[in-house]
Design a protein around this ligand. Sequence first.
Ligand code: SAM
Length: 257
Amino acid sequence: MEPPESVPNAPPLVPGTLYLVATPIGNLEDITFRALRVLRGCDVVAAEDTRHSGRLLQHFGIQKPLVSCFRFNEARRGAELIERLKGGQIVALVSDAGTPGISDPGQRLVAAAREAGVRVEPVPGACALVAALTASGLPTEEFHFVGFLPHKSGQRARRLQELSALPGTLVLYESPFRIQRLVEELTLAMPEREVVLARELTKKFEEWLRGRPAELATRLAERPRKGEFVVLVAPAGEGNEVDLSLEMGRDQDPEGK
Ligand code: SAM
């Protein structure tokens, strides 16, 4: 039997509300009932990439007008969207994956909406940082979300030095093109820390790698991996017993992607 796509007595959507709708980070099953209800019930979907989100909507049989809202038009598009919201329209904001506003467009629009007295409601769901942190085994009671480091070498080195002084687990995002570089930078900035690489979360070739930065750098050099990574760094003094037997992958990804 197909599961129901709503729960009894779900409150109706509120006109004039900006809904921040989280979407899957790789596994379409991670969409929520409420996300689908908001996407079905809104007047317009504001998307980081309209083609990408159009495919997501199509998968769930949803047809809605889409407008783009990405880093370089967020200010101008935001003003248009706020006018629509003030006129009573319901706007759903989505990014390419995960939670809007987390290393993705959204924060400026939300700030402008609140400034304009527009109602904002989160529709929580997938977020790579939460998925990686909670399943990493590293301390969760205090953590620092860094997102992406700057691109320039000097700035990265300085930032990593600053971060090494912070308590709690560090959580970084990194692209597959710079993962080797980041792990090598960690060998200089935080050589004794336990590092966890959470790769391709929620996807078929999800994989977890853990060890000291130098060990991980060697392993990535031996077998480069593609795909998306969250990089977690244990607090100083934690995880001195790095147990490599804890490492696991769902399947061995033959192409390392
Ligand atoms: N808004 C998203 C969220 O809620 O997590 C993050 C978007 S940010 C542009 C993309 C980065 O998130 C990737 O470079 C990677 O660091 C991380 N990421 C997203 N999906 C991931 C996944 N399935 N596995 C591992 N990391 C992922």
